[in-house]
Design a protein around this ligand. Structure first.
Ligand SMILES: Cc1cc2nc3c(=O)[nH]c(=O)nc-3n(C[C@H](O)[C@H](O)[C@H](O)COP(=O)(O)OP(=O)(O)OC[C@H]3O[C@@H](n4cnc5c(N)ncnc54)[C@H](O)[C@@H]3O)c2cc1C
Length: 417
């Protein structure tokens, strides 16, 4: 079969791979021979799903604190070297994408992920970048500065520089099924790999009666604990799921650490603030309703504060009979009820798996990389995007990581060709 030689092969035509190819074209002024390989018949299958098809490209607040990684220092340096302003500048001025910023979150002005994919596609086509689609890579061989990739259809391609942009392990139907890590096995020291786990996912609980809350939404905050220490927290909309448990953006933000704790045999607990007020303020709100609506049943007295089913759930957690009248509540009842709304303790027993999680935590350790995302032990081997052990919160941070890491690798490769 063919053995074509390239200056750079990029394995993975997702967000990071497409950006790396485009940036490399720019940095080498179109004078490098680049090949992008993707197992799908079209590029950017996962990118098409981002932001519910609207593609939340980046976030003004992108900084190391918004991510989990083993090497915050290198992450910080990479985001400072090429941050959200640089990414937006590239989209606007190189790819021709008009962007908008909604409360710090960037989108294409069309609010269509397809706009971004098409712009990459047109740019790369016109720049003479070769695309090999529809056949998965099954083997990577070689070493320092000479890599050979074999595809399922038997074709072989070689290059001095290889950028692995094979993504994580979630939504495997998009082609990002974690096999990129298997291909890297002979090249990357196993000590430098953290196994993939779902992150940005929902959390489930077998807490008695929790399924009855399915569909309830409230604005508040969540705090993850291992039973003794606060591990992570976030705020926003909380949604009770039909599986029994919680989801919503703030829950997804803390889920990565909950997943790892559960899988290590720990017992994660989430404290949910369902009302976004302090306990004192909540006590005052309850006392006011006791004074004004004392003769009503508790759920009716509190109907302006929370849905009946949630009120009844909190009553039971607090040892209060929901059929009592509001006026029957003692100060102690009110204080306990308030604590349970402001910090409802939900023991976590499970999580949404790879088919539900938006990103994977894990991948090749960032601490094993140079600042240009070149693996320290192999000259010419670059790893970027979700294939690295970096996962961000919801809000455009994961795509920004794809752009920032891709820009770093493109710069590194451009210095080599
Ligand atoms: C539903 C959903 C919504 C999301 N929304 C957002 C959002 O709005 N904002 C945000 O910042 N992030 C979002 N994300 C996360 C974001 O999509 C990812 O972090 C990002 O796509 C990672 O880019 P990547 O290039 O590293 O990997 P991917 O985009 O996953 O690309 C990897 C590519 O490698 C290819 N590949 C893998 N192995 C092989 C192989 N052996 N041979 C050939 N090809 C291979 C795959 O086919 C795939 O195309 C979302 C994710 C999901 C699932």
């Amino acid at each position: 079969m063919s053995n074509a030689r390239y200056d750079c092969i990029i394995l993975g035509g997702g967000a990071a791979g497409l950006f790396a190819a485009s940036m490399l074209v720019k940095l080498t002024k179109g004078n490098s021979k680049i090949l992008v390989i993707d197992g799908n018949d079209r590029c950017g299958k996962k990118l098409a799903m981002t932001g519910s098809g609207r593609c939340n490209l980046s976030n003004k607040e992108a900084s190391a604190g918004k991510y989990h990684t083993d090497c915050p220092e290198l992450l910080d340096a990479c985001l400072k070297a090429f941050g959200s302003d640089d990414a937006i500048d590239f989209f606007e001025n190189e790819l021709g994408i008009v962007t908008v910023c909604d409360n710090g979150l960037y989108y294409p002005s069309t609010y269509r992920a397809q706009t971004v994919i098409d712009s990459f596609r047109f740019f790369l086509d016109e720049s003479g970048v070769d695309m090999r689609l529809g056949s998965r890579c099954v083997k990577i061989a070689g070493d320092n500065g000479a890599y050979e990739l074999t595809l399922k259809d038997g074709s072989v391609f070689s290059s001095a520089n290889l950028i692995v942009a094979s993504g994580g392990s979630t939504y495997p139907s998009t082609g990002s099924d974690g096999t990129g890590m298997t291909l890297l096995k002979g090249l990357v020291d196993p000590k430098d790999i953290v196994g993939f786990k779902p992150a940005l996912t929902s959390l489930t609980s077998r807490m008695q009666g929790i399924k009855a809350l399915a569909g309830i939404r409230c604005k508040g905050s969540v705090m993850l604990s291992d039973g003794s220490a606060n591990l992570d927290s976030s705020e926003g909309e909380i949604i009770f799921s039909k599986e029994g448990g919680i989801s919503g953006i703030c829950v997804m933000d803390i889920s990565g650490k909950a997943v790892r704790l559960l899988d290590k045999g720990g017992k994660p607990v989430v404290y949910v603030d369902l009302i976004g007020r302090t306990v004192e303020q909540t006590v005052e709100m309850l006392e006011l309703r006791r004074r004004k609506f004392g003769s009503r049943q508790i759920a009716s007295a509190l109907s302006g504060m929370m849905p009946r089913v949630l009120c009844e759930f909190v009553c039971r957690l607090s040892g209060i009979d929901p059929s009592d009248s509001m006026g029957q509540l003692s100060d102690k009842d009110i204080s306990l009820f308030a604590s349970n709304i402001c910090a409802m303790k939900i023991p976590i027993d499970g999580y949404g798996g790879n088919d539900k999680a938006q990103v994977a935590s894990g991948g090749v350790k960032l601490s094993a990389m140079n600042s240009d995302m070149q693996y320290r032990r192999r000259k010419g081997l670059y790893i970027i995007g979700e294939a690295l052990n970096v996962d961000g919160r919801c809000g455009g941070y994961n795509l920004q990581w794809a752009w920032s890491s891709a820009a770093a690798a493109a710069k590194g490769v451009a210095e080599n060709v």
